[in-house]
Design a protein around this ligand. Structure first.
Ligand SMILES: *Cc1c(COP(=O)(O)O)cnc(C)c1O
Length: 355
């Protein structure tokens, strides 16, 4: 498993022990003689899994006993682009546009009412995060994307607003200490830092929903999912169990504060190399660089070919940039080891001798 250095942006790398635990559960879950793939989502075994994962999902962010509910639904973050306005938009919502995912969320919200772009970094190809954002009063909610997976930029602070704040935290949830309490609805596609694809995690304050007049189809309705405890229909049992293993692993590492130290170390190593080597160009403005997704390219195109070959020889994989940006992207999610980043840095440095 660990012979490759996998920098995949998503579905992301998970710790070896999570793969191991998930594999064992497929063959014989908790010595029940049954596969995790073939137990009922209403069995007492699965209810225990669900309760523990809901507890960990909140407690790791310091959100337990603060009015939040944790939902484990299907459809990924893209489904939440739709569920958010369905459940929260009366007439007018504010969105901050910091990249492709924000733009997609905006497109969906427009189906439900008036969308105001409160701030945008589109003018400089999403290389930065807008500063000193002033949010008008009277919005139904404010939506932002804490980490821009494709461009490699990241918010340092939670934008301040007098309305509920909603955040797509898909690609930096559980990676750093953040003021999550200032956010009323946090959502994430699980496959970036939580577990396998096919799951969306929604951590929401119950008092922000139930205020719109429209008819909400049951699958789209947060109230329905809360009332049914994420079991309105068949839950994604395997993805939820694997996510539990990963969140347990994170807790054993010392939680979010401890993993943040490691994540910062990894990101600093790589950014330092990018800044020192004059044949490499970082994409994002230095102030707003993401600690999770590091985007860069070579100043000369031919170097890319040399780099591709060297990566292959060094077992480095999934490092190509997103198709809309090009270049390269190293995603440094929680399970990516310092050793993998070290290997990548060495390859980048060795290229000096190949020019
Ligand atoms: C990957 C990603 C998404 C899309 O997630 P899906 O689960 O594929 O729908 C949305 N937002 C951000 C920030 C992402 O990184």
């Amino acid at each position: 498993m660990s012979t490759m250095h996998n920098f995949c942006a998503g579905p992301c790398l998970l710790p070896d022990e999570v793969y191991q635990g998930a594999a064992e559960a497929v063959l014989n879950f908790n010595n029940t003689g049954l596969s995790i793939l073939s137990i009922s989502h209403r069995s007492k075994e699965f209810i225990a899994i669900l309760e523990e994962v809901q507890h960990l999902a909140l407690s790791l962010l310091g959100l337990e006993h603060k009015g939040y509910t944790a939902l484990f639904l299907q459809g990924g973050a893209s489904m939440e682009f739709l569920r958010i306005p369905y459940n929260l938009m009366k007439s007018r919502a504010g969105y901050i546009n910091t990249g492709n995912w924000s733009s997609k969320a905006i497109e969906q919200a427009k189906l439900f009412g008036q969308v105001e772009i409160i701030a945008s970094s589109e003018d400089r190809n999403y290389t930065y995060i807008p500063d000193s954002i002033i949010v008008p009063t009277g919005l139904d909610y404010l939506h932002f994307t804490s980490n821009n997976t494709i461009y490699g930029t990241q918010f340092h602070e939670v934008p301040q607003a007098d309305c509920p704040v909603v955040c797509d935290m898909s690609s930096d949830i559980y990676s750093r200490v953040y003021n999550c309490e200032q956010i009323d609805v946090i959502y994430a596609g699980a496959q970036k830092n939580i577990g396998p694809a096919g799951l969306s995690v929604v951590l929401l304050k119950k008092d922000v929903i139930g205020k719109v007049n429209r008819i909400i189809p049951q699958m789209m309705n947060y109230t329905e999912h809360i009332d049914k405890g994420s079991l309105y229909h068949t839950a994604n049992v395997f993805a939820i169990y694997t996510s539990l293993l990963n969140l347990r692993w994170l807790e054993q590492q010392g939680g979010v504060a401890a993993i943040e130290v490691v994540n910062n170390k990894k990101a600093n190593m790589l950014y330092q190399a990018i800044d020192e080597l004059d044949y490499i160009q970082g994409f994002a403005d230095k102030t707003y660089r993401s600690q999770m997704n590091v985007t860069f390219d070579f100043k000369e195109k031919e170097m890319g070919h040399i780099f591709d070959q060297m990566c292959q020889d060094a077992n480095i994989t999934n490092i190509k940039g997103h198709r809309i940006l090009g270049g390269y992207r190293a995603s440094l999610y929680n399970a990516v080891s310092i050793n993998s980043v070290q290997t990548l840095v060495e390859v980048l440095q060795t290229m000096k001798t190949k020019i």
